[in-house]
Design a protein around this ligand. Structure first.
Ligand SMILES: Nc1ncnc2c1ncn2[C@@H]1O[C@H](COP(=O)(O)OP(=O)(O)O)[C@@H](O)[C@H]1O
Ligand SMILES: Cc1ncc(COP(=O)(O)O)c(N)n1
Length: 277
């Protein structure tokens, strides 16, 4: 007996061998949010809780071909980016998304998570990648979801409080995305963790408690991929952003230690209990 087709979302992202961030976090989030995950792999990282030790980038034409193959045959309702590795890959992604109808003014919403470095501080692309991201992807984004380090890289604004988050959201929107979601995880002095969504007119606060855990590896990916799953399911942007915030709050609350340093956020809290034997 065949089942109803679930919505599908595409992640264009790198592999994290530690399974905390990258495409592993995105696929885990998609499935626990009821969405079939499609993947265009951009890079393979050799990564654990101590850092990113090595990596190899996938040829740009193969990244583009993955996007086109799944879009042509399987169809998708939303797409997101994570680690894009190089300017060459960003050019190829921009062209492939245009062909596949993914983008700010296209049928399929496009979530650009402007991942610039791993949480250990290891760069995931260089200066040319940053310019390509600013010039080619931000104007194509339905929403961009930077953390505060990425805000500084993209706008030069050093966010130290919630008012500055709003100022940064306005500056980022001037770079072309339809919506901006500034993430607040790095405002460590703030007792709450309030992300801000801006659509050019209205600021929507996404409130949540700040959990006192050191284990937040993959939090940004979980937030952006849950938001993407929400869009794939047909939610409006503000609703999808609230859904993403709800998902990541739970993921951080249930995060666990693993390895010598920062452990992963969890998606286990969403699994249905198994029947008792
Ligand atoms: N300690 C925390 N408690 C609750 N939520 C958190 C915590 N740290 C991060 N978050 C949430 O996780 C998401 C990712 O945050 P952030 O750390 O800013 O991004 P990134 O993981 O990309 O560096 C945001 O929605 C943020 O509100
Ligand atoms: C392959 C890959 N993609 C993204 C991240 C960013 O995630 P984080 O900021 O939690 O390190 C990462 N570390 N690795």
């Amino acid at each position: 007996m065949s089942q109803a087709r679930p919505p599908a979302a595409l992640t264009i992202a790198g592999s994290d061998s530690g399974g905390a961030a990258g495409l592993q976090a995105d696929l885990r989030t998609f499935v626990t949010c009821g969405v079939h995950g499609l993947v265009a792999v951009t890079a393979v990282t050799v990564q654990n809780t101590l850092g990113v030790h090595d990596r190899t980038d996938i040829p740009a034409n193969i990244v583009a071909a993955q996007i086109e193959a799944v879009a042509d045959d399987m169809g998708l309702q939303a797409a997101k980016t994570g680690m894009l590795a190089s300017a060459e890959i960003i050019h190829a992604v921009a062209r492939a998304c245009d062909k596949a109808g993914i983008g700010r003014d296209a049928e399929v919403p496009f979530v650009v998570d402007p991942v610039a470095a791993s949480m250990h501080g290891h760069p995931l692309f260089d200066e040319a990648g940053l310019s390509a991201l600013r010039e080619e992807l931000l104007p194509r984004a339905t929403v961009v979801t930077p953390n505060l380090d990425e805000v500084r890289l993209l706008t030069g604004i050093d966010v130290t409080d919630r008012d500055r988050m709003r100022e940064a959201a306005v500056a980022l929107r001037d770079l072309g995305p339809r919506h901006v979601l500034v993430k607040s995880g790095h405002l460590v002095e703030d007792p709450e963790c309030v992300d801000v969504l801006y659509d050019g007119t209205t600021f929507t606060e996404l409130p949540g408690p700040r959990f006192a855990t050191p284990h937040t590896h993959g939090a940004g990916d979980a937030m952006a991929s849950a938001l993407t799953a929400g869009l794939a399911r047909g939610m409006e942007m503000a609703e999808a952003a609230k859904f993403g915030k709800w998902f990541v709050s739970n993921a951080v609350e249930h995060s666990y230690p693993m390895g010598a340093k920062v452990g992963p956020v969890s998606a286990f809290w969403r699994l249905a209990p198994e029947p008792s034997p």
